[in-house]
Design a protein around this ligand. Sequence first.
Ligand code: SF4
Ligand code: SF4
Ligand code: SF4
Ligand code: FES
Length: 949
Amino acid sequence: MGFETQADFGTPEAQGAPVTLKVDGQPVTVPAGTSILRAAALQGCSIPKLCATDNIESFGSCRLCLVEVEGRTGYPASCTTPVAEGMVVRTQTEKLKQLRRGVMELYISDHPLDCLTCPANGDCELQSQAGAVGLRDVRYGYDGATNMGQAKDVSNPYFDFDPSKCIVCSRCVRACDEVQGTFALTIEGRGFDSKVSPGGFENFLGSECVSCGACVQACPTATLTEKKVVEIGTPDRSVVTTCAYCGVGCTFRAEMRGEELVRMVPWKDGKANRGHSCVKGRFAWGYAQHQDRILNPMIRESIDQPWREVSWEEAIAHTASEFRRIQAQYGTRSVGGITSSRCTNEETFLVQKMIRQGFGNNNVDTCARVCHSPTGYGLKTTFGTSAGTQDFDSVMQSDVILVIGANPTDGHPVFASRMKQRLRQDAKLIVVDPRRTDLVRSPHIEAAHHLPLRPGTNVAMLTALAHVIVTEKLYDEAFIRERCDWDEFQDWADFVSEPARSPEAIEPLTGVAAAEVRGAARLYATGGNGAIYYGLGVTEHSQGSSTVMAIANLAMATGNIGREGVGVNPLRGQNNVQGACDMGSFPHEYSGYRHVSDEGARALFETAWGVALDPEPGLRIPNMLDAATEGSFKGLFVQGEDILQSDPNTHHVAAGLAAMECVVVQDLFLNETANYAHVFLPGSTFLEKDGTFTNAERRIQRVRKVMSPLNGFADWEIVQLVANALGLGWDYAHPSDIMDEIAALTPSFAGVNYARLDTDGSLQWPVTGDAPDGSPIMHIDGFVRGRGKFVVTDYVPTDEKTGPRFPLLLTTGRTLSQYNVGAQTRRTDNVLWHEEDLLEIHPSDAENRGLKDGDWVSLKSRAGETTLRAKVTERVAPGVVYTTFHHPDTQANVITTDFSDWATNCPEYKVTAVQVAASNGPSAWQEEYAEQARMSRRIAGVIDAEAAE
Ligand code: SF4
Ligand code: SF4
Ligand code: SF4
Ligand code: FES
């Protein structure tokens, strides 16, 4: 296995008309606007450089890349000089060599000569460029004043900053500004005293830095170095793979030394991330080797017993016999399973296949139930496809970006950086969110309109925006007549035009000034290419599906569909939530969203799988739990989900799980759901298996095995073992075989196979005969369903109402450093940034309750009560409180209710009526729960003794 490398062309790609020049006698044709440095690199001629790299604009500070241009005097820097037609460039004359050596001499005279012990030895551009210019001597000596000997900043848990090695090329500063968009670094001082500073803060950890790693990647010396490189040494092999955290789907080069992962370096050819990363994918992978990982299968007769480690053979045989026993006793439909949005497409496909083929029912569901199921319903109804319409690159063509119910800088940080690049150019921003998220105002970005609506009023707000667009005739009549059903449009237009839907009429409901709503509507409708991005703040409501359809209505009415720069874009949460939905994880659909009652589709699967399939949709997660408490549902296979922590109304989930006779959990760690399990099958990490993930752009990308599974098997192999113990006779030798079956059975995946993924890097479904290279943009010539469908979306207030007992509205979200239930990120140094879940509360609400920042508070709803600490902030409006759900000891979902979306049962996480009061610390049930969880995690012969103390 080798080391995957990527060329650095020195400066970014340009887009102009072709220009031909000669470099060292060889002709080269490049787009106008290209630098001489890049043109030379494209032609295969490498000009020495230090301050230039191809993901940031050139700066021209190091003077190493000097060239001669015929007809021009002097020696221009090739990184800042654009090409011209007919230009003749020389890059290797004696004079140039002499000048470059002189420049390099000056750098080296102020640089420690400790190459042999330096962590960047062999991976340092200063070192390689000194060799490239032929430096043999430093005439100035090392006796004068230098910048060496400055103290290191080791405050960041993932990388060190050693200023004595800095050449002040400012690549780090520019990467932070241009790529990441955080503007955390500056160059302080002038001339010889210039130095990089984390924005005047004492150190990196205490600064604005969000640890994305862009500066570390950009640094050509050992000044910014990953701690793991210092600790382990320089990597000697690498594998290109996909991040397993969020739905952005960043591509990384996993760099290894032997079997040890040294670092994850973002891959420039990754079409989702274009070489960028966030703190989670870049650094927070230590959980993969964490001591809490369970590596041996375990079983127990009942959940109050300690776990007993058993062989894989025993665990698999026990699992199969338990499911068969339960079905014989309670009926075919008494068991089911939950697929994982964290696992690969292939693994997810196998779990739903095992349930349909092996259990003989459709009782399969996935965590998308609790996040983006309304997206599936709403976009399928209006456009005909259950997915977003654009690729991420599309945002660079947007003129107006409307972000509703999403916090991309925390939830989808790498895409947020791209969006911010476009916003720093000249695109306009509208934010619809109860909180003042970072996007509303951040360096060099300010939203044109922030509509801080009351949680639960999305539909009223979107209808008011539509009211302005229709009544002011800002809609795109030609587009609607050509692409949509005109009669349905008219019905919808009549509905939204009613005075009761005007911004003025809904102002008392939403709390947002009507003038601001009118301004936002006009901007979206008339500002050029309008793109809508949304998240769980749209879907996790009792009107989640209506909200998605209201968004689709707006896009169709303004003609903002079917080309670059526009569209409706759900920002998918988990790495493979799109894939889990595509793979047939819902109880009513096979892969490719074909209903189980569709006889043609069912016959296809019956023929392939050799069994008769159940034509009735199965149970959704909440229905499985209801059926369990009622006594008709007894066995559950859960792969890679922690429903006890992630699903609403924790007490209800616990009661359902406790009522089952066999709960099988397949996971990396003994998660909270495993407290109620009878069989635990250790899972494998994304580093330990092959497969594919599908990101929020419908982009199918390869996950490649980087190291052997610590538990002995990849997850797909474990499912195959269980399936075969159930008598299904599967014989997949590799996940590529599973993908071949998916492609054969799923029209939108027809052209997908591993060979193509390896050649093309990624493919965006549908990949069909009509679109053999995939579909970056959907609905270009027409909607998948034929004509776009306008749906009347009447605002129906949620039943979850504030009142004297529960006067505040709780809404939830997540932070940059933690991920969902935190099972992975809590087992990394990311806890430094978020040790506990906090309750954000407005100063006026805090004052009314006598609360100060950091006080313990009780948070109570009609579903339950928990205790956490308060953070007093104006980020939330008066009357609204906000928290995250990353820590199991907080159990934020004890508070959330079981109200859900009318169409899909997606829980109403974003609106819960609560009361907040001063408290003395964790409540009695939290302590009881912690004790119960501790007892439930006993493993015979391992931590029995500890539990007995
Ligand atoms: S820290 Fe690295 S990238 Fe930044 S100025 Fe110094 S040498 Fe250049
Ligand atoms: S890690 Fe990212 S945010 Fe922090 S200073 Fe470097 S580029 Fe900026
Ligand atoms: S943005 Fe998402 S996919 Fe990309 S590195 Fe971060 S967590 Fe991973
Ligand atoms: S690379 Fe051109 S001036 Fe530094």
